[in-house]
Design a protein around this ligand. Structure first.
Ligand code: MD3
Ligand code: FE
Length: 229
């Protein structure tokens, strides 16, 4: 095992068990990054039916970056902690700044899927305390960035794609590394950990379209462990 960054080690997936039957859905994107094609497909209706109650408590909003730019992605959160951005910076909060009440609880079906996805990719015991919910209308993009507001970089991130497809950009540890392009469809799950945890990543502008599950948008659920254990 080669130490890489902050004690994160390469080779985490060297110990993945061999699948015993059928096709392996786990596609290696990079060290520690796995695309789990269709893993959330069967759960998608239950995930989406939970959204209106979450949005009634903490509605979509367009956050402002510390530089003063309005983000084109609409966001909200559920779980004990939520990711927010404003002129003062990026951080996790226990209270929704819109009204000062806690973020709505993470539905059990969200937690179970996040744990199962992490375990499938080799991360047992993932206990997310934050779920960022992103909505991409056609034309919306997310520019290249790193996720580095979490306290324990040994914990992976689990992302679930719902609705319209998107082209995901998966770069390296330097902003200048040329990103790979990966098409993510409804029901695809990606687990990012190990040496890929601090990779630069982004989302190309979502193309116009209609999806039976979400209508005219892409929704991404991003599960994280924000606080230290
Ligand atoms: C790769 N969201 O909210 S999740 C974000 O599709 C974000 O909404 C994207 O990036 C979306 O910060 C992608 C996938 C993701 C999350 C964390 C990563 C990819 C990652 C961390 C390292 C490398
Ligand atoms: Fe990100």
């Amino acid at each position: 095992m080669t130490p890489v960054l902050h004690g994160v080690t390469a080779g985490l997936f060297d110990e993945l068990p061999e699948p015993d039957a059928g096709a392996d859905i786990r596609l290696a994107l990079g060290p520690g990054a796995r695309v789990l094609r269709g893993l959330a497909r069967a759960d998608a209706p239950a995930l989406l039916v939970a959204l209106p109650a979450l949005l009634a408590a903490s509605p979509w909003r367009h956050l402002v970056t510390p530089g003063g730019q309005r983000m084109s992605v609409a966001m909200t959160n559920c779980g004990p902690l939520g990711w927010v951005s404003d002129r003062r910076g990026y951080r996790y909060t226990a209270l929704d700044p819109l009204h000062g009440a806690p973020w709505p609880a993470m539905p059990a079906v969200f937690i179970a899927l996040a744990e199962r996805a992490a375990a499938t990719a080799g991360f047992n015991g993932f206990a997310p305390d934050a779920c960022l919910i992103n909505r991409y209308a056609p034309g919306t993009r997310l520019s290249l960035h790193q996720d580095r507001d979490e306290q324990d970089m040994r914990q992976p991130i689990v992302s679930v794609s719902l609705g319209l497809p998107a082209v995901f950009l998966f770069g390296g540890l330097a902003r200048s590394d040329k990103p790979q392009r990966v098409a993510l469809q409804h029901g695809d799950v990606v687990v990012w950990g190990g040496a890929s945890r601090l990779a630069f990543h982004g989302v190309m502008p979502v193309a116009d379209g209609a999806h039976p599950a979400t209508g005219d948008c892409r929704i991404n659920l991003t599960f994280r462990r924000a606080a230290a254990e």
